[in-house]
Design a protein around this ligand. Structure first.
Ligand SMILES: [Zn+2]
Length: 101
């Protein structure tokens, strides 16, 4: 891969990682904020269900995007496809052993 391709791939990897962690940490606050302000008044505690399910779906989507990242060196998927989200803990590329950071 050319140097610009490698840096673009790393930038994409880091963007996906930031989006995942932002959804993990900011999602509950947004979900509870929306739920507390509007849905709880209308539906009681059950009003929190949809915002929290939306948060879980967001975490799953951003995690799947991060897990599908390409390796800057070999171009294959950086992580194994399974187990979902837990494979993100791998310190190296699943194919060429390129270190994560
Ligand atoms: Zn690789």
């Amino acid at each position: 891969m050319a140097t610009s391709d490698v840096s673009a791939t790393w930038a994409d990897y880091h963007a996906r990682r930031r989006l995942f962690w932002a959804s993990v940490w900011l999602g509950p606050w947004l979900a509870l904020g929306i739920g507390a302000l509007w849905l709880v008044e209308r539906h009681g505690l059950h009003g929190l269900l949809w915002p929290l399910l939306a948060w879980l779906a967001l975490v799953a989507w951003t995690g799947a995007r991060w897990q599908a990242s390409r390796c800057p060196r070999c171009g294959h998927r950086f992580f194994h496809a399974r187990p979902f989200l837990l494979a993100l803990r791998a310190p190296r590329c699943a194919h060429c052993a390129l270190p994560k950071d």
